[in-house]
Design a binder for this molecule. Structure first.
Ligand code: PEP
Length: 252
């Protein structure tokens, strides 16, 4: 039985002051929740303050990206050992906005993933097709390409430490959610790919989140699908009531 995992991706939102306010509100709303892994992924600059606000709470901290080198002359970058030292547990890798605006490729996703695993961070690796690719019936080809390219060379034991997020680009921040059946179809495809590439045990173990305009109104129907194990939430994670309602809706 896979434990549901709900992660809030705050993207480029919330100053440190606003981040503390949101975290305090979330702590109050989520204090009694059990059976769901909850992760907050604020901007880098907020991580230390959010970490302090989360002391003695069951909510985990995540980053939105990391660089693959540990240290050196890489101005503006943040490394896995830095995140680990701060108490960060998860890191989002290969989000479509990074692929689209910051030229991330499967190769750089793979390098970041290796750095995260080397330093004991739990990676959340994003895959997903854009609208033109879906309309051209290329969805499964793109998903296979993202999985093969981003996850190449992992052992089954390493793969088990990865959370995957299926995020159709056309559903991110657009209000257009994939229907539960559309999402399930791709999640099942990813699980079959995991079984073929690794083994059945690994495929059954890996959690696959859905991401793309998840709200309190659609979370239950998504979570009712057999291969959907949680959600990566953007817009609706910026307000405590909506994020808390999504977390509670994910309790299976
Ligand atoms: C995301 O940023 O990963 C995301 C799914 O955003 P939204 O929920 O706003 O569509």
């Amino acid at each position: 039985m896979r434990k549901p995992i709900i992660a809030g991706n705050w993207k480029l939102n919330k100053t440190p002051h606003e981040a503390i306010l949101l975290t305090d509100e979330l702590k109050r709303e989520l204090v009694d929740v059990e059976g769901v892994d909850i992760v907050l992924c604020p901007p880098f600059i907020d991580l230390a303050d959010v970490k302090e606000a989360l002391i003695d709470h069951n909510i985990a901290l995540g980053a939105q990206n990391l660089f693959w080198e540990d240290a050196g002359a890489f101005t503006g970058e943040i490394s896995a050992p830095m995140l680990k030292d701060l108490g960060v547990a998860y890191v989002i890798i290969g989000h479509s906005e990074r692929r689209q605006y910051f030229h991330e490729t499967n190769e750089t996703v793979s390098k970041r993933l290796r750095a995260a695993l080397k330093h004991g961070l739990n990676p959340i690796v994003c895959v997903g097709e854009n609208l033109a690719q879906r309309e051209a019936n290329q969805t499964f080809d793109i998903i296979k390409d993202h999985c093969e390219g981003s996850l190449k060379g992992l052992s089954a034991e390493e793969m088990k430490k990865v959370v995957l997020a299926y995020e159709p680009v056309w559903a991110i921040g657009t209000g257009k959610t994939a229907t539960p059946a559309q999402a399930q179809e791709v999640h099942a495809f990813i699980r079959q790919w995991l079984a073929r590439t690794f083994d059945e045990g690994t495929a059954g173990h890996v959690r696959i989140q859905y991401g793309g305009s998840v709200t309190p109104d659609n979370i239950a129907a998504l979570m009712a699908q057999p291969d959907i194990d949680g959600a990566l939430v953007g817009g609706a994670s910026l307000k405590a009531p909506s994020f808390a309602a999504i977390v509670k809706g994910a309790q299976k």
